[in-house]
Structure formats: structure tokens, C-alpha cells
Design a protein around this ligand. Structure first.
Ligand code: ASP
Ligand code: MG
Length: 415
């Protein structure tokens, strides 16, 4: 086994064929530890299930949809033969059903964390069963018991010392070790999650705990591109990138890696490679401490669905440090991150991702202290290493609400 950590996300786990492809990658490169997220859009499907429950709808169709999606993949992998993946699927979904039926819990975040991790529990069992069928020696690890966290549901913080000791203890050097990303557990055995798209962060922690030589995040793109191909034409691959540039990019919203991924790697100087599970001969992008990003190419980061909240003091009193610290405290309490902030003497505008479960109570809370206005459905474009001549093009036909510039970064908030 090679002392490397591989992470496969939803796009790498979307069909029976994609699982077969992962098995081939594992057989070829023999990584010691493999981290997986839920399959395809399963996390969204479980979120919809929780929504349905809380709005009093019949949850059965939502469970059925999840069951059928995974059943189809299982039958594509195992044909008629008996396999543990199917039993596990039924067991996990029966648990979800029973929990939703009997739980008296009313906290959205806590219910969410008792249901949504099911996606990772199912995907890791399916991949595990298939690896075994193909003759791999497998050590299936349970992240709920290894990644111990506090009980800040939906944004739990791992207990690094405990989790490291537990992972090292349970790792089997002679097997493929397989574990779930994104999920953990409290000391009272409640399930937790560490934030959407968090399995990169789990993988980085596990790489740190095991002193891995490399963390590879396998993607459906060739590496880190200078723009998101969903929104921009013909972006270019960036072959090398510094940790610092990668942190900046993910902080501004580049979805290629989770913002928390880099720090555990920096601590142990572990390179992060982003490469394609479709084109395994490509080198992808290497992110490490040796590269200085030359800044010769602009990098574009696009974030849709932004909410701009503007607060004004009722008595036109000054918006000083003490009001700002109150505002930041409320944002922290609501587990929200600020994408852009702009102040004047008597008001303050904050741009955040629009997650109605968090933002509606936040707005109510602000309305007790300030005059509140808000603007939904905005788009935030951040350009790193921007060039003046490109700006004119970008601004064409756009209703610009806020523009902020530093020497290296430009932020544009549009309607
Ligand atoms: N499955 C989780 C999500 O979709 C975690 C991850 O993919 O990293 O957010
Ligand atoms: Mg995912």
C-alpha cells in the first residue's frame, strides 16, 4: 500500500460504472486510505427528505427515490449475487424512516445531522462491497466513531487529538482502508456533519493524522482551472499552485476544494493533487509549498444565490466597532460566513450565501436592532489577478451593486 489518501466525491460515485472506475484506480495505485462522500446528488436528496418531514409532507416518496437510485447501482455491480450493500441500504433507510417517525426533536440542524450522513454510510458500503468482490482486502472504517466532534450540528468541529489516535489505531496497514468524509459523531453517539462539501476537509485531516505523502482529490475536471467550466467557456488548467493561492481561491468560493482543506496539509507539508478520475494519465494540479503563483492569469470565482443585507441604525448613530462586533457575533451564531462587507457611517451591508434556514432567523434578529433591507438572488464574481482591460467586458450589461478592489482581488456584486 502507498501511504497516500484518496478522496472521491459525489461526481466520482454516480453510477455502477463510476464505481468500477474507482476500483480500477485503487487497484492501480494502491492507496492506503480512501475517503468517500455520498453518491451523486444524494446529500441534496436527504436534505429534501428532511425538508419534507419538517413541512409535514409524506416522506415516503423521498425515501423511495433514494432507495431506487442506490438499488440500481447495486444491481449494476452485483447482478444476482448476495451482497452486504443491499442489506445495508435497507437498514440505513429503515433507520431514517423510524427516526423521522419517532423523534420529538425540533432542531433543524440536529435532525439534519441524524439523517443526512446516511448518504456516506450507504456509498461507503457499496464501494466497500464491490472492492471485496474484486478481491481487495478491505478495512471499512466508521467515521462516526473516529472523527469525534462537538455537537455544533451541521458545522461540527473535530476533536483532533482523539480522532488522530483513533484513526491511527484502527488503520490496517495491509488493507485498503475505506472511510466516509463529511460525517463524524459526538461522545454521546449522535451523528454530526462538518459543513457541505466537507469531505475534502475530512480527507485532509486524515492525511495529516496518517502523515500521508500526498492527498489526491479525484474530480470530473482535469485539475484546478482558472474559471468554473459551469459558468465560463474554455477555462485553462493551472498545473501548480501555492497553498496560499488555493486557500484564497476556496475562501472566495471556488468550489474545487473546501476552504478548510489546505490548513491540515500545510502543517505537515503534504501536497494536494487535484486530478481527473476520467483521464488518469493526466497529472492534474499540484498544490504545495514550493510553488509561487505567478499571477499572470486571472482566476474567476462565481457565486450565485447571494443575499445582501443592509443594516442601518434606527437613530442614525455611527456604525462603529461595537455594532460591527455584534453583527459578526450574530453571523457566527447562525453559522454563516461573510462573502463581502461594506460600511458607511450609518449603515453596513453584508453579503452571504442565501440559506433560508439560517438567514430568515438572522434577519429577524437584526430587525430587532436595526432598520433592515435585503436584496436576494445576487451574483458575486471574484477575480484574482485581474487585468484592467478585462474589467470593461465583465461589467458590460450588468447591474453592478458593489465593487471592491485590492491590488490582487476584485469583487463584483451583480443583480
Ligand atoms: N456529501 C456531502 C455534500 O455533498 C459532503 C461532500 O460531498 O463533501 O456536501
Ligand atoms: Mg459532494
Amino acid at each position: 500500500m502507498k501511504n497516500v489518501v484518496y478522496k472521491f466525491g459525489g461526481a466520482a460515485l454516480k453510477s455502477a460504472d463510476s464505481i468500477k472506475n474507482i476500483e480500477q484506480i485503487i487497484a492501480q495505485f494502491r492507496p492506503k486510505l480512501v475517503v468517500v462522500s455520498a453518491m451523486a446528488k444524494t446529500t441534496n436528496a436527504f436534505e429534501n427528505l428532511v425538508e419534507a418531514q419538517l413541512s409535514g409532507q409524506n416522506t415516503e416518496p423521498y425515501l423511495d427515490k433514494i432507495r431506487r437510485f442506490h438499488q440500481e447501482i447495486i444491481s449494476g455491480l452485483f447482478e444476482e449475487e448476495k451482497n452486504g450493500a443491499e442489506d445495508n441500504l435497507n437498514k440505513v433507510l429503515d433507520y431514517c424512516k423510524a427516526y423521522l417517525k419517532h423523534s420529538k426533536n425540533t432542531s433543524y440542524d440536529e435532525i439534519y445531522d441524524q439523517i443526512v450522513p446516511a448518504g456516506e454510510l450507504i456509498s461507503s458500503k457499496i464501494l466497500g462491497a464491490y472492492l471485496q468482490k474484486k478481491g481487495h482486502k478491505l478495512n471499512w472504517l466508521d467515521a462516526r466513531k473516529i472523527l469525534k466532534t462537538d455537537n455544533r450540528f451541521r458545522k461540527a468541529t473535530p476533536d483532533i487529538v482523539f480522532s488522530k489516535a483513533e484513526l491511527v489505531n484502527q488503520l490496517n496497514e495491509a488493507s485498503t482502508n475505506l472511510i466516509q468524509g463529511f460525517i463524524g459523531g459526538t461522545e454521546n453517539n449522535l451523528m454530526t456533519t462538518i459543513g457541505r462539501e466537507g469531505s475534502d476537509y475530512s480527507a485532509a485531516l486524515f492525511a495529516n493524522f496518517t502523515d500521508a505523502e500526498e492527498l489526491v482529490v479525484w474530480k470530473d475536471v482535469d485539475g484546478v482551472l482558472n474559471a468554473d467550466p459551469r459558468y465560463f467557456n474554455a477555462p485553462n488548467l493551472i498545473p501548480n499552485m501555492s497553498y496560499k493561492e488555493a486557500i484564497e481561491l476556496s475562501y472566495y468560493g471556488a468550489t474545487i476544494i473546501h476552504p478548510k482543506t489546505i490548513q491540515p496539509l500545510v502543517e505537515k507539508n503534504i501536497p494536494l493533487r487535484v486530478r481527473s478520475f476520467q483521464n488518469t494519465e493526466n497529472e492534474g494540479t499540484t498544490i504545495d509549498s514550493t510553488t509561487e503563483f505567478d499571477g499572470s492569469k486571472a482566476i474567476y470565482i462565481y457565486k450565485p444565490n447571494q443575499l445582501l443585507i443592509t443594516l442601518e441604525s434606527e437613530d442614525l448613530s455611527f456604525f462603529g466597532e461595537s455594532k460591527m462586533s455584534e453583527i459578526y457575533h450574530s453571523l457566527f451564531e447562525h453559522k454563516l460566513e461573510v462573502n463581502l462587507v461594506q460600511n458607511s457611517a450609518v449603515n453596513c451591508s453584508i453579503c452571504i450565501d442565501n440559506d433560508p434556514h439560517k438567514t430568515s432567523t438572522l434577519i429577524e434578529e437584526f430587525a430587532k436592532k436595526f432598520k433592515v433591507k435585503y436584496n436576494e438572488n445576487l451574483e458575486l464574481l471574484t477575480v484574482r489577478h485581474y487585468q484592467a482591460k478585462l474589467l470593461e467586458e465583465l461589467l458590460l450589461n450588468k447591474d453592478l451593486i458593489i465593487e471592491q478592489k485590492t491590488r490582487s482581488t476584485l469583487k463584483l456584486l451583480f443583480k
